[in-house]
Design a protein around this ligand. Structure first.
Ligand code: MSP
Length: 519
């Protein structure tokens, strides 16, 4: 694989990031890191969605400019991603000058093509969705199903995008590419939505919404929401209707665009239509992840159960985000909803990361020091059946990532950890040592250490700090590409001193567990 490009949704900056936003960024970062272990060139884009009536109103109520509010809140997202080791290559903001300039050009190109036209319209506008809704979208009480608010009746002359022109082409694309939408069970949902699709409003009058990108040559209108937000995926790379950058040509189309299930319609219908109208290739996959609930309840400000990802790190006294990354990434099968609770978090990471994986390395290295002063001898290096399982696990993990099954891949890794623990129990190196079978004892320990090298590579995308600490103690090169992994990494000679052995993950203090900070 040569180039790999992945993106997340760009978050609204009405408030601080919560654990749902974090889930998506962690998932994408794990996918990105996995593919850095496979592809030559990789690129990861995230960012913030900053225009719209909500920002205009909130900033006014706080007595600051919309730009000031965006600057403050966008920084909170950057800070959170830094704390979570989300290693994006670029953070785009819809208020970036370059982005605004290109969005204006994109809009003009679509007007010139006849795909955008002006039209007087009366519609039901939900400011929560930042979108017009049709009667069919509403609940029985006439409320927006997502925001539980009555939409406003808005009469305006707006620009409209001819979505209907692309309806058949989109349906054909989804039907002929059954793995385009991941998980594929969501494709039917999109095809049903497509049945009722109408042309969409893509501008608002400046009189009603000021905080947006002005339409070139029509100062009374601002480009609104989806053309602005979706275009970030290409403007960030340097797309330009008058001639794009090398980076754009290298990385577009994206391999996978990661979004929440609530915005799948915009990504698998609106976005495809815009790209078709611009004569650009379509992304290879859209991954629609599920939603994270808190203690099985939907997160909401009014319930006061909104969890801050950095709050969790602080409450548990975590110096690195690995445990939270691991927990979130494994909280749900691909595309399904997941749940966060302090207790589940603590129990899972203690069991998987501390007891199963961390202890395995720690006690094996300790035994190597106790029995062999940390030395590996040539006669310890044997072939083991466990090596076949390790290589099979590498292949299984790659296969799951080909379908962006992040949780499922982690499960495979933990199966290898469990099998290795069983191997240690079955072969009891401490008994071998007691009985003076030193060669056999050394062989068991070295076999385990070989497997631990493979595990450190596989766990790296989820837990980069733990993986680094493991690799360091094993003198293993974590930059090994997954295609080049073998079970012949432990070098004959001195591996480690007793003093250099350190636990890669400490159990979470149970007393701290209930104190997880709420935003
Ligand atoms: N700005 C738009 C996206 C534009 S993309 C061109 C938006 N922003 S958002 O802040 O509301 O949501 C950003 C992402 O976070 C979305 O993919 C959304 O699904 C995800 N999540 C928001 N709450 C979530 C949970 N509780 N759980 C998991 N993901 C959640 O939509």
């Amino acid at each position: 694989m040569e180039n790999f490009y992945t993106t997340t949704a760009i978050d609204y900056v009405n408030g601080a990031p919560h654990i749902g936003h974090a889930y998506e960024k962690i998932l994408t970062d794990i996918i990105y890191r996995h593919f850095t272990q496979r592809a030559e060139n990789t690129y990861f884009l995230t960012g913030t969605d900053e225009h719209g009536i909500k920002i205009q109103k909130t900033s006014a109520s706080q007595g600051i400019t919309p730009q000031e509010l965006c600057d403050i809140n966008s920084q909170k997202f950057k800070d959170a991603w830094k704390a979570l080791n989300v290693e994006y290559c670029q953070f785009i903001r819809t208020t970036d000058e370059q982005h605004k300039k290109i969005v204006q050009k994109i809009f003009k190109k679509l007007v010139d093509k006849g795909d955008i036209y002006k039209h007087s319209y009366t519609g039901l506008y939900c400011s929560g969705c930042e979108a017009f809704l049709s009667e069919k979208d509403l609940t029985e009480d006439g409320l927006c199903p997502d925001h539980k608010k009555k939409p406003e009746v808005v009469s305006e002359e707006n620009y409209f995008f001819k979505l209907t022109k692309y309806k058949d082409a989109i349906a054909k694309h989804i039907k002929t590419n059954p793995d385009f939408i991941v998980p594929s069970f969501r494709a039917n949902e999109v095809l049903n939505q497509l049945e009722n699709i109408e042309d969409i409003s893509v501008s608002r009058t400046k009189a009603n919404v000021e905080w947006g990108i002005p339409v070139l040559g029509d100062e009374e209108q601002v480009i609104y929401v989806w053309i602005d937000a979706l275009s970030t995926y290409i403007t960030a790379l340097g797309y330009d209707p008058d001639g794009s950058s090398e980076k754009f040509n290298k990385f577009w189309p994206a391999n996978v665009q990661v979004i929440g299930k609530d915005i799948l319609k915009f990504h698998s219908i609106y976005w495809l239509a815009i790209l078709m109208a611009l004569d650009l290739p379509l992304p290879k996959h859209i991954l629609a992840h599920g939603w994270i609930t808190i203690d099985e309840t939907k997160m909401s400000k009014s319930l006061g159960n909104v969890i801050s990802p950095t709050g969790v790190l602080e409450a548990f006294g975590l110096e690195t985000p690995d445990a939270l990354r691991y927990f979130m990434a494994t909280s749900a099968p691909c595309g399904k909803d997941g749940n966060y609770s302090d207790n589940d978090f603590k129990e899972k990471v203690n069991a998987h990361l501390a007891n199963s994986m961390g202890n395995l390395l720690n006690r094996t290295l300790s035994m190597l020091c106790k029995y062999f002063e940390g030395d590996v001898k040539q006669e310890f290096k044997i072939k083991s059946e466990l090596f076949d399982m390790a290589i099979e696990t590498v292949n299984a993990v790659k296969h799951h990532f080909d379908y962006y099954e992040v949780q499922e891949a982690a499960q495979k890794i933990m199966e290898l950890v469990d099998a290795t623990n069983k191997y240690v129990t079955d072969n009891a190196p401490w008994t071998l040592a007691k009985e003076g079978q030193m060669k056999e004892c050394g062989q068991v320990l070295t076999t385990v250490l070989e497997i631990m090298c493979v595990i450190s590579s596989l766990i790296y995308p989820y837990c980069p700090n733990i993986a680094k600490s493991m690799a360091e103690q094993l003198s293993y090169d974590l930059n090994t590409k997954l295609d080049d992994i073998t079970c012949d990494n432990i070098k004959v000679g001195h591996l480690i001193d007793k003093e250099s052995i350190k636990p890669v993950f400490l159990r979470l203090d149970s007393e701290l567990a209930d104190k997880s900070a709420k935003v």
